[in-house]
Design a protein around this ligand. Sequence first.
Ligand code: ATP
Ligand code: MG
Ligand code: FE
Length: 333
Amino acid sequence: VIILAIETSCDETAAAVVKNGVEVLSNIVASQVDWHRKYGGVVPEIASRKHLEFINPVVKEALDRAGLTFKDLDAVACTYGPGLVGGLLVGLSAAKAIAYATGKPFIGVNHIAGHIYANFISHNDIELPAACLTISGGHTDLLYFKNRGEYKILGRTRDDAAGEAFDKTARVLKLGYPGGPAIEKAARDGNPRAVDFPRPFLEKDTFDFSFSGLKTAVINYIHNRKQRGQEINVNDVAAGFQQAVIDVLVSKVIKVTKKLPVKSVILSGGVAANRSLRSQLQKELNYRNIPLYYPRLEYCTDNAAMIGVVAYYQYLKGDFNDLSLNAEANLKL
Ligand code: ATP
Ligand code: MG
Ligand code: FE
């Protein structure tokens, strides 16, 4: 089964060709980060315009790299939410047009399911049930993943997403955009114990998260130091912030492994690219003999290959959409 998948929910215009939900024949990502950087975040209007400019060449390149033409496809898939509605509409219009012109089935995919299923590209044999932590720019979702297609939400963020906390804190520290990689880099030269930031919700008996207070704590710390004329070690602040986020994420995942019969732990979303998080969680799970999985770096952040993987499972179930499917900015899992 060969599926062309399109992803335009945020600021990457992406297309991929995926075979049988596991073999990535091509994976093209046109990042718009250079156009959004000076604004310190994604500007929706700019994103829509850039998607419009990039979508046709990106789709063409995905097919060319796979050495295929539209005729060879079994279905056309596209993210229909959650995300920025203007961007989603560009991808959807392209995918529907291709499906209509070629007479192939059309499949609408949830972006967050995509982040999770990205794991099955590199690891097709993950033992389920699993605890699954999705940590991206817009989401922090902790799931109990029973099998491919059945999951239960255990907890999610009450305010900022984990990636959002990285991005906002990076802005406060003037480390640039996107914030996650910038904080990780600065933290490598800092001492994570130099500044003690709060661990929000750590003690509470809930799987929910809260990160907005952490950003405020960083702002207050900087403000107070400045008022007293004290120097600020940006690397230490970055390391202290990152460690606070990691402590909360790791402890909640471990709590799930104690409460539910999980055989593995799966990470997904852009923050899963963070090496300190990966290694600290790995260490904790090693004590418990539970394997940890995360997607390869290029499948952690937004891409279309992950959409092609979800689409494959929908294809197997005959779960097709008609061409009236609309974009859903706040689509839930
Ligand atoms: P969503 O998937 O929720 O709609 P999104 O698509 O913007 O949001 P992703 O592309 O999955 O999110 O991830 C982007 C986020 O990941 C950004 O917030 C970015 O700062 C963060 N991120 C990327 N690399 C790292 C890293 N090494 N450490 C921490 N955070 C990171
Ligand atoms: Mg992005
Ligand atoms: Fe995403």
